[in-house]
Design a protein around this ligand. Sequence first.
Ligand code: ATP
Ligand code: MG
Length: 356
Amino acid sequence: MKVAVLGEGQLGMMLKQAGQRIGIDVHLLNVDKNRLPEVDIPITAEREHWPLTSFTEALQRHPGWLNSAAFSTLPDRRQQKALLDKLGLPTAPWRVVGADVTQKDLHQQLGPDVFLKRARGGYDGHGQQRLKEGFLADFPSWTDNAIAEQAIRFETEVSIIGARGGDNHTVYYRLTENRHDDGVLTISLSRPDRWDALQAKAEQMLQQVMQHLDYVGVMAMECFVVDGELLINEIAPRVHNSGHWTQAGASISQFELHLRAVCGLPLPQPEQFGFSMMINLLGLSYNSGWLRQGAAQLHWYGKIVQPGRKMGHLNFYHPTSPTQLAEWLIQLEAPSVFESSRIWALSQLCPTDVTN
Ligand code: ATP
Ligand code: MG
């Protein structure tokens, strides 16, 4: 069995690894590659933004190309937010921004603290600017192609990863709790029962989006938790960084689940036991010290080091003990910039003792 994936980044690499295990041959396609896959091969993507080249244009006309509705809607924040409004799904108050908009207009409409976000092409907090009333900001060059959003005072951030098969059957992992610093995910935690009260609602919300777009494969929905309720931050039509823990903490990883869905293979509910933690290795060079920790599962992407860049991640899993995860986190060799995320995770895993 074969699957073609547009994109050659780490998500593509991990799809390829997952495919190897279950006998699916995954071909990663460069945006400039000029040989189209054979007609009967399903084509998916590991990224939602790509340049329009003669190859990507032809790919999108290929009979195997999946999820055109999702890819023509979700990558543009204006269209994504409009879709959420249309479906009656809660999201942060927002508006489209054009060249004629002033900062004062935005504060008047959305409040004293506002995020300006590039409509297309932002990632890991790039393409965003925060505007605070009383501090006049220079608008970035992309402002005429943006949205503005109210800054939300959230209790925490969670995400749900789900998959839909061509027969409309859906499955979901339990809600994951995520910590971002400067707009970049640093740590994800998956704990049994922690978000049970919101699980059914999150599944129903994501299901509504997947069904509306007739989507096949894995989709991720990032949410803020506000007053105990979910407010959608954004939705990604692909495997997602906050689902990397499933490589260690679930019987079927999100990568395998995506491949199963796009190939029309069985899509049972993955088993998830115990506690999982994923740590992003941001802007770091390779450190064999990570391999000294027996519990750490290293995934290294082999990219050129750049400040803040996602270079790899570590997964940790324990069947019963969040305290054990906290101890592993304390032992981890990590730079001091990571400290606030580490403190956050320790306070989640061991609310009383470990942080003292
Ligand atoms: P990625 O694609 O890596 O998920 P991104 O660049 O698309 O990130 P967002 O998810 O929109 O960006 O924002 C990144 C982070 O910035 C959020 O997870 C959250 O921590 C913070 N953030 C974004 N929008 C808001 C908001 N309206 N209110 C409060 N915090 C926000
Ligand atoms: Mg995000």
